[in-house]
Structure formats: structure tokens, C-alpha cells
Design a protein around this ligand. Structure first.
Ligand SMILES: NC(=[NH2+])NCCC[C@H](N)C(=O)O
Length: 411
């Protein structure tokens, strides 16, 4: 039996290996009409977004983290022409390219690219005018004539946190809420099925992209070796969280999933936009969700059945109880101020990425919250944030940890 090379048993253990995506031309293909559907609020300036992202990757490398890139892993997963063809057909199916002659023209156009160029092209999207001789013959083509893309761009790829999530030694390969992000999960499917680093290994799957109910990585947190947190949110449904919990609790050493019901609003799309872990006993939180917060615990009982109960205590008490801590500290986004707090939460002020216990990466623009973190003794690595933040995601959203050092053992 070959063991899984993945290992994430906390949110804060020293980060060893992480998956990123450097923003690419997909961002420059956004137009105002497409923003809402493609889940953006503005069009980032690509050159600056890349510079900011490179600084982010630099901070991670200097902290001793091995950084790998999605397009690279995906290209390395196209191990032979059969896999490449199968992947392409799959991708075009899900992109809705059903018209046979268009499909052939597109396949023809893509065939000359090497594997890495192919992946980058699919990520960036393909405009109709790139395909020589493309004509609008069918009724559908004519009706869609004004739409410039044959393949739409995938601007959310730099939020590697969401399409799949490493939990323990396995992955949750997610079913996304919105169509534009579901194509992102095809990459994860091929990486874990075919990449030479993974294909021979037994990597457990806690969820599948073919499920009906939706679950996204921003809603999954590993609080410690025993306790997970899940957000019941705009993106992740209670049905999905229950299914996920049944699997992960049976086959991993985790004993409990704490499900947090947060308001289904764009600003709070995932749990990690309002709640992240900074140290063993320090968390960020956005004050607006504290009042309405309902928390449920899911555990496997002795009869092997899942037991679900509503927790009645305040969040602090629940966390102290389940994490076995005497005290915990909640750092409110901009101290709960009704203006600063909302502005900084909107720009991911409570979306911190821990690279080690008590050491987090944050966006420069959230200076009120960042000051509070420092005042609590947290080490803060500040990265520039003018453009990256326009996609509505922060340092945690932009990373998928593959390996974190285990901290429970060295505590
Ligand atoms: N883990 C996160 N909070 N991810 C943020 C993703 C933002 C992205 N534009 C979306 O709406 O899907």
C-alpha cells in the first residue's frame, strides 16, 4: 500500500508545500457584462496583479514553503496522448462545445500547443476570432453571435483554495456552486488521477465533483487533528457538509465537524471570508456574523452513526470546549467598527493565511485589522493588495496547502 503524500492536520502548522496559480491573461478577458457571472467585482490590472502575486509567492518561499503552480502540475498530468485527448474532450464537454464542426475546429487549433501552452490557453479562454474560418451556421451560433468567446476565461483560478481541498491525508474534490468555477475542478481530477506524484498512491476522496450538492474549499478549515470547521454558506450546502463529514470522520482521525451557518451573502461567500485561524488560540472573525451565528456539531457515535446537534453556547465557549483550550482570543475585523470592519472584511481583512503558528500573511490595505493582529503578538507578513483583492479573495483563498508540518506532536 502506498501512502498519501498529502498531510494537512491543522490551519497553522508550518506550511511546507502549497499550490498557487499566478494570475494570467484570463483576467484581461473580463468585460463589465461578464463580471457578475464570473464572480468578479472589478477588472484587475493584470501586470500589477502579477507583481503582487509574485511578492506573495516570494514571502511564502522565504518562509521556507515549497511553491508549486497549478498549470505546471496540470501539464505534467497529461502523461500521454490518450490522457491528453480524454482531458480535452472532457473539458470541451463541460465548456458546452457541442456543435461538432466548432468542436473539431477548436481541437484542431489546440492540437499544436505543447502541454503547458495548452493548459494556459484553456485557462485564458479562446476568442472566436482566434479560430480561422469560424462561421455562425447553427441557430445557436447565430443567437450567440455577439458573445466573443468560444471558451470563456477562468478568472477565479488564482483562488486555489476552492476547487479542491486537502483535509488530513485526503482531498475533497468539490462540486462548485456556480458553473464558471466547476470547470476548475476538472484540473484537480486529472492531477490526482494522473500526475506522476499522485497516480500510484492511495489518496482518499472525501467528496466528489459529481455530487449534486455543492461544497467549496473556502468553507473547510482544519482546526486541529481532531476538529474540522465547515461553513454552511452561499456556496456550501448542509447536505454536502453532512456527506463530507460522514466520510472524513469515518476514515480519518478527525472526530468532529463544527458546521457554522453564516448568512448567504456575496460579502461572506465562504466561511474563510469571516473566520480564520491565526494561532492555537487566536482567530480572526468578522463581527457581523457573530450575532446570527448558529453552530452544529457532527460526530460519529459509538454505533457508527452520525450524530448532529445544535450547539447552544457562544462561539468562544464552543471553540474552547472542542479545542480543549482554557482561553481563546477572537480578533474582530477592524475591531468590529461598522465602517472600517465592513470595508476591511470586503477586502478580506479576516482572510489570513498562517505559514506557522502565530505568523500570518495579510493584505496591506487592511491596516486596521493588521494593527490589531500585531498588537496581539501575531507576526504579520504584509503583501500588496490593490489588484488581487478585486477578485474578492485574500491570502488564504489564494493558497491550497498540500503539506503542513504536524504541530500537535511538537506542542
Ligand atoms: N476561499 C475564498 N474565500 N475564495 C474566494 C473566491 C472568490 C471568487 N471570486 C469567487 O467568488 O468564487
Amino acid at each position: 500500500m502506498n501512502f498519501s503524500p498529502l498531510e494537512v492536520y491543522s490551519e497553522i502548522g508550518p506550511l511546507e508545500k502549497v499550490l498557487l496559480h499566478r494570475p494570467g491573461p484570463e483576467l484581461e478577458k473580463l468585460t463589465p457584462e461578464m463580471l457578475e457571472r464570473l464572480l468578479f467585482d472589478d477588472i484587475p490590472f493584470l501586470r500589477v496583479a502579477r507583481r503582487e502575486h509574485d511578492e506573495f509567492a516570494g514571502v511564502l518561499s522565504r518562509s521556507g514553503v515549497e511553491v508549486c503552480y497549478l498549470e505546471q502540475l496540470m501539464a505534467e498530468s497529461l502523461i500521454d496522448s490518450r490522457v491528453r485527448q480524454r482531458f480535452l474532450e472532457h473539458f470541451l464537454d463541460e465548456a458546452g462545445i457541442v456543435n461538432l464542426s466548432r468542436r473539431e475546429m477548436l481541437l484542431d487549433f489546440l492540437q499544436d500547443f505543447d502541454d503547458l501552452e495548452l493548459i494556459k490557453t484553456l485557462m485564458a479562454g479562446v476568442r472566436k476570432e482566434e479560430i480561422a474560418g469560424l462561421k455562425n451556421r447553427s441557430l445557436a451560433d447565430m443567437v450567440e453571435a455577439d458573445h466573443p468567446f468560444l471558451l470563456e476565461p477562468m478568472p477565479n483560478l488564482y483562488f486555489t483554495r476552492d476547487p479542491f481541498a486537502v483535509i488530513g491525508s485526503g482531498i475533497s474534490l468539490n462540486r462548485m456552486k456556480f458553473a464558471t468555477r466547476n470547470r476548475e475542478t476538472i484540473f484537480a481530477e486529472y492531477i490526482f488521477n494522473f500526475h506522476p506524484d499522485f497516480r500510484e498512491l492511495d489518496i482518499p476522496r472525501w467528496y466528489s465533483r459529481y455530487e449534486e450538492s455543492t461544497l467549496e474549499g473556502g468553507d473547510l478549515l482544519v482546526l486541529n487533528e481532531e476538529v474540522l470547521a465547515a461553513g454552511i454558506s452561499e456556496r456550501s450546502s448542509p447536505e454536502a457538509i453532512e456527506k463530507f463529514s460522514r466520510r472524513v470522520l469515518k476514515y480519518e482521525r478527525f472526530t468532529t465537524v463544527l458546521a457554522f451557518k453564516i448568512p448567504a451573502r456575496r460579502a461572506f461567500m465562504h466561511l474563510d471570508t469571516v473566520f480564520t485561524m491565526v494561532d492555537h488560540d487566536i482567530f480572526t472573525i468578522h463581527a457581523e456574523i457573530e450575532g446570527p451565528l448558529q453552530v452544529y456539531s457532527l460526530r460519529i457515535a459509538e454505533d457508527d452513526e452520525l450524530r448532529i446537534s445544535e450547539e447552544r453556547a457562544e462561539l468562544e465557549e464552543i471553540l474552547k470546549n472542542y479545542l480543549d483550550l482554557e482561553e481563546i482570543k477572537l480578533i474582530r475585523c477592524a475591531d468590529g467598527d461598522p465602517i472600517n470592519g465592513r470595508r476591511e472584511q470586503w477586502n478580506d481583512g479576516s482572510n489570513t493565511l498562517a505559514v506557522a503558528p502565530g505568523k500570518v500573511v495579510v493584505y496591506s490595505r487592511n491596516y486596521v485589522t493588521n494593527r490589531l493582529l500585531k498588537e496581539s503578538g501575531v507576526e504579520v507578513e504584509v503583501i500588496p493588495s490593490s489588484e488581487l483583492s478585486r477578485g474578492r479573495g485574500g491570502p488564504r483563498c489564494m493558497t491550497m496547502p498540500l503539506i503542513r508540518e504536524n504541530i500537535e506532536s511538537c506542542r
